[in-house]
Design a protein around this ligand. Sequence first.
Ligand SMILES: Cc1ncc(COP(=O)(O)O)c(C=O)c1O
Length: 301
Amino acid sequence: MERGIAKFVGQGDAILFSSGFGANAGLLRAILGKNDIAYIDSYIHTSATSGLIGTNVKHIGHNDIDYLDMILERETGKYQTRLVIIDGVYSQNGDLSKLPQYIAVCKKHNCLLMMDDAHGIGVMGENGRGTAEYYNCLGQVDIITGTFSKSFGCVGGFVAASEKLIQYLRYYADSNVFSAAMTPQVAASSLKALELIQTQPEIRKKLWTNVNYLRKRLTEEGFDIGCSISAIFPIMVRDNKKVYEIARELQKRCIFVSGITYPAVRTKEARLRVSVLASHETVQLEQLVTALVEIRKSIPF
Ligand SMILES: Cc1ncc(COP(=O)(O)O)c(C=O)c1O
């Protein structure tokens, strides 16, 4: 599984964890200390920020390459390891990182780049190899992490990087060394999912047909879906209470949509979060749109 996932995402080696959360947190606790710094996009996942307690942290806004370039220039020589942390696909807004620009800026300033591709792997790129494949940048990101809890339909996580870094993590990533490994059943399921992702591209094709259809329909009906270009659709409501009311109304109509409120996002960014699957049929996507239009009449959003 480790060899398979490393090859798939274009890295030298990989190490498995029993969750994606453990992969991000364990990796970062192992490689960054008080003389190092993490430059983080404001929308990275909590699993990454939770690994940064013992190191220096600087927020670099969202996809703000010019600011990153400026700050890396200004802080040259101030820290030992400098690591920029981004997501491939952002988990709440469904938008993409500007990966090629990040690669260029990190190279220019001799800084490492880590990309959490939890929502990119299996979905992005011609062969589902993730955001790096989508941008034709395979092999150019220092560290890629991910989870098996999204497109793989299982649980577990991984860090993929150079053989040397992975060897280091086999000794120092606490959430791997001091926690139970994923069970054989889960490893076998994840391995099967990896095989299906590689051998059945029609599943991914269907997913993208669904994504494009739903984006078009939600936009036509005037819903605010932000900058989403992936299978994650935020439908902005901007009111915590209304989010739960709408989610409940949808559930009454047999549609499961997560409500995302504070503290996952700021209160004024409260939203419904729709995740589109390859197994959805057009008629189901239409049911969602019709239900939202109907609910909007009694709960304006
Ligand atoms: C971007 C991102 N990274 C990491 C994780 C953690 O993955 P897991 O659910 O396997 O712990 C998630 C999911 O919840 C996520 O959305």
